[in-house]
Ligand binder design. Structure first.
Ligand SMILES: O=C[C@H](O)[C@H](O)[C@H](O)COP(=O)(O)O
Length: 236
């Protein structure tokens, strides 16, 4: 950790590390995506290097987590080679008091949902700025759509009262392309009163692959905070 890190970076580092400290030797670990879990993967690599942690294998949720795992020396496997996942650690863009989540700020929610839901224990790592009273308060719902269906899916979402916007690339002309080769619609809703139903309704639109609402799946939410200049981690 650097002395010059800003408070949000400090919170992410601390909470990412705290979750990595919970991983036990011999575990199959779901490796989440994003700037917070990047610290988790780095710390898992540090623990492996020091010999304090042994014999873990990671299942990446994105090309990002795959690249980071290789960089930090975390061995990888695939879902074809294992019959369970012991623990998954992943970030989120919003967390409500019931531990429901919006994910997909990095367009990785489809693979994340597969891995996180399979894990015996799913730990969410967020900085305190991600906590909301109601999902959708500050972050739109990411919806992954196969490219040929983008127009009918956009229209169907508008019929539901959503305001969809095609996510555009940064340092890439045109839309963001997911790890599966699809587009992402970021959808704002005036209010998400029933996340359980909205998750299902969005996924029932033909052409939608997966959306970023995760309900009833987080076992533990760890929240990074900064108090009096000091980073700390608490449970939600
Ligand atoms: O698609 C990306 C993921 O759902 C991330 O876990 C989420 O966007 C949180 O990312 P970060 O830790 O960078 O805020």
């Amino acid at each position: 950790m650097t002395a010059t890190a800003d408070p949000v970076t400090l919170m992410k580092q601390e909470v990412g590390k705290a979750a990595a400290a919970l991983v036990k030797s011999g575990s199959i670990v779901g490796l989440g995506t994003g700037s917070t879990t990047a610290y988790t993967i780095q710390f898992l690599g540090d623990r492996l290097k020091s010999g304090e942690l042994k014999d873990i294998v990671g299942i990446p949720t994105s090309f990002q987590s795959e690249v980071l795992a290789k960089k930090y020396g975390v061995p990888l496997t695939t879902l074809d080679a294992v019959d369970h996942i012991d623990i998954a650690i992943d970030g989120a863009d919003e967390v409500d008091p019931q531990k429901n989540l919006i994910k997909g700020g990095g367009a990785a929610h489809t693979r994340e949902k597969v891995v996180d839901y399979l894990a015996a224990q799913f730990i969410v790592v967020v900085d305190s700025g991600k906590l909301v009273d109601r999902l959708g308060s500050s972050f739109p719902v990411p919806v992954e759509v196969i490219p040929m269906a983008i127009t009918p899916v956009t229209n169907a979402i508008k019929q539901l009262g959503g305001k969809p916007e095609l996510r555009m690339g940064v340092k890439k002309a045109g839309p963001v392309i997911t790890d599966q080769g699809n587009f992402v619609l970021d959808v704002r809703f005036d209010s998400i009163d029933d996340p359980v139903n909205l998750e299902k309704t969005l996924n029932n639109i033909p052409g939608v692959l997966e959306n970023g609402i995760f309900v009833n799946c987080a076992d533990l939410v760890l929240v990074g905070e900064v108090k009096d200049g000091q980073p700390l981690v608490r449970e939600l």
